[in-house]
Design a protein around this ligand. Structure first.
Ligand code: KIV
Ligand code: ZN
Length: 387
């Protein structure tokens, strides 16, 4: 089976930082950037250099010190933004600019107050201007998923001709469904000349909870770059969660026949660092990195897992760097899991003692949601059992 590479474009430090209430300082951004480098992402969007002096300095520091991936910065289609971006990014290993301009009727009329022709002209001029400095240019059609497809195809054709090498199709407001998103890529591939010479990219928001599914649909229809953030943080309901996307691709390689080059064993560490520095807690049931993502509480599940892990586990915790014990002891736990846990804690219990201890354990479970190792050690010692 030939597996095609999907480039991972991480925008934790730009779109992710747009999460309400998050404000990372320069040193925090740098720590995250170094961890993203260890995670082996392909492109890091370090910020929006023209947005503030602080962001400019962070982007510059990151691009001067990160060598394991390409560093980029966001820029409006404005010469002054492009100049500032070049100042911040020119020291990077593979400097890249990320230009964007809105293309949907509502954004063009209400926000930009520009006609279709004016938007095309501005996009083309900006790409041509950026090409004087940058070896790599990405162009994004903001609100692409609410843009009329013939206009989207027209502007994409023009910016490719002007020099863009990556075309990003953002679902800016998280509105599209997977089937429709796939259709957008299919339409562009059929209607834009020379589109095979550029990389198509997804950028999905999670307002309707479909960001990862939409990103996967984009990949099925030819996208070879996927954008997102660690833990899915970002504006409103956030962006596509990169760890969920990458693990889905890994686990279902048979279906997608695509893969990333992320060091998946760094997933948990990356997620924990982003959560700690942004102050955004990870829900316990979040896929891949949540506290409960690999935990099994019911007796039937624990028994199945102890007999054969594949009964209830499709992702091995070690794959993503999770080392915690998967068996949560609680009122639904069975004798088998309880005994295995006692052995792990170093106790040797005979059958008669087990009877007494299991009854005491069940009574304790009626008073506590989760029973800890200390509770179990206390049970054994209080009952003067085991060796
Ligand atoms: O969601 C969006 O449209 C963006 C663009 C700036 C790429 O973040
Ligand atoms: Zn976005």
């Amino acid at each position: 089976m030939k597996v095609q590479k999907i480039q991972i474009f991480d925008t934790t430090l730009r779109d992710g930082e747009q999460s309400p209430g998050v404000n990372l300082n320069k040193s925090e951004k740098f720590q995250i950037a170094k961890q993203l480098e260890r995670f082996n992402i392909d492109i890091m969007e370090a910020g929006f250099p023209a947005s503030s002096k602080g962001d400019f300095e962070s982007v510059k520091e990151i691009s001067n010190h990160v060598r394991g991936c390409s560093v980029t910065g966001l820029s409006r289609c404005k010469q002054s933004d492009i100049d500032v971006a070049w100042e911040a990014l020119q020291g990077g290993a593979e400097p890249r600019i990320h230009l964007f301009l809105a293309t949907s009727p509502i954004h063009m009329a209400s926000k930009l107050k520009m006609t279709e022709d004016q938007v095309i002209e501005r996009a083309v001029e900006s790409v041509q201007y950026a090409a004087k400095f940058f070896p790599h240019i990405q162009w994004s059609a903001e609100d692409a998923c609410r843009t009329e497809l013939p206009f989207l195809a027209k502007i994409v054709e023009k910016v490719i001709r002007a020099g863009a090498s990556v075309i990003n199709i953002p679902d800016t407001v998280g509105f599209i469904t997977p089937k429709e998103y796939g259709e957008v890529f299919r339409y562009l591939k059929t209607n834009v000349p020379n589109i095979e010479n550029v990389i198509l990219s997804t950028h999905c928001h999670d307002d309707l909870g479909m960001a990862v599914a939409n990103s996967l649909a984009g990949v099925e229809h030819g996208a070879r770059q996927v954008e997102g953030t660690i833990n899915g943080i970002g504006e409103r309901a956030g962006n596509a969660s990169l760890e969920e996307f990458a693990v889905a691709l890994h686990v279902r390689k048979d279906y997608y026949q695509c893969g990333t080059e992320l060091v998946l064993a760094e997933t948990k560490r990356t997620s924990d660092l982003v959560s700690k520095l942004t102050g955004m807690q990870i829900p316990a049931n979040k896929a891949v990195v949540g506290r409960n993502a690999f935990a099994h509480e019911s007796g039937i599940h624990q028994d199945g897992m102890l007999k054969n892990k594949q009964t209830y586990e499709i992702i091995s915790p070690e794959l993503v760097g999770v080392t915690a014990d998967p068996y949560v002891l609680g009122k639904l736990s069975g004798r088998h899991a309880f005994k295995t846990h006692l052995q792990k804690l170093g106790f040797s219990i005979n059958d008669e003692e087990m009877q007494t201890l299991f009854t005491a354990f069940k009574s304790l479970c009626d008073t506590k949601k989760e029973v800890t190792d200390d509770d179990i050690i206390a049970l054994v010692t209080d009952n003067k059992l085991g060796k």
